[in-house]
Design a protein around this ligand. Structure first.
Ligand code: 13P
Length: 249
């Protein structure tokens, strides 16, 4: 692991008004000097974005969204939310290309447009990439990741810092995680592809997929990782606190 660690909580389509106060304990913990190198980012569903942004305004914790629309501004696009609107309520990050959005029809081309919209509004992009189970079995992992990276980042100005979250689709919500040695090799490869030709030089590299309070300690041993994208376990504050603590100690 690197010194500066990112723990990004993806709440997916979970959470209600009642669950907002459950993060109070995490806010308290984030004030401890021991956590100075830990960057926590909450990505709740859109219905809670504003309330999270207000609640976390004076804290060390940032807030992100789980998606944004392809058009960066505002306009007659019923049912969509733009990067400009996210920025307007104080959000700093946006997750793009999550496999659950790819399942809804997001292609690399669409994700590329969303990345343009996000950076135009100075949102930090967390780009998710990952192979499906069949691709993994057929040893197509690197080929798949390379295409996702190159297509999604096509023509994106190279000065941008991109957070690349490697999330094998077969690992999400299944309890299955690649071995540390395999993850280390894949992260190294991803890093080489992303940073090629001196592009995106300050980018960060994350792992996501079944990260929890039981396996985090072992995952922190992986070299070259800047942090984790955490789904299920981040929605339970006790588990999330456990993850945060085990990341530092
Ligand atoms: P889980 O941690 O629930 O496997 O989800 C991972 C994920 O999809 C984070 O974006």
């Amino acid at each position: 692991m690197t010194n500066n660690i990112y723990l990004i909580a993806n709440w997916k389509m979970y959470g209600s008004i009642k669950s907002v106060n459950s993060i109070n304990k995490v806010i308290q913990l984030s004030k401890k000097p021991l956590l100075k190198n830990i960057n926590i980012v909450y990505c709740p569903p859109f219905t809670l974005s504003h309330i999270f942004a207000k609640k976390l305004k004076n804290s060390k914790i940032n807030v992100g969204a789980q998606d944004c629309y392809i058009h960066h501004d505002t306009g007659p696009f019923t049912g969509n939310i733009s990067a400009k609107q996210l920025k307007n309520i104080g959000l700093k990050y946006v997750i793009l290309g999550h496999s659950e959005k790819r399942n809804d029809g997001d292609t690399n081309k669409i994700i590329n447009k969303k990345i343009f919209a996000a950076i135009k509004n100075k949102l930090k992009v967390i780009l998710c990439i990952g192979e499906k189970y069949e691709e993994n079995i057929k040893k197509l992992t690197i080929k798949t990741l390379k295409k996702q990276i190159n297509d999604c980042l096509k023509n994106i100005p190279k000065k941008n810092v991109i957070f690349i979250a490697y999330e094998p689709v077969w690992s999400i919500g299944t309890g299955l995680i690649p071995k540390n040695e395999d993850l280390e090799k894949i992260i190294k490869k991803i890093r080489t592809i992303v940073l090629k030709e001196k592009k995106f030089i300050n980018s960060k590299f994350l792992y996501g997929g079944s990260v929890n309070e039981k396996n985090i300690k072992n995952l922190t041993k992986i070299k070259g990782l800047n942090g984790f994208l955490i789904g299920g376990a981040s929605q339970n504050s006790n588990k999330f606190i456990d993850i945060v603590k085990k990341t530092i100690i």
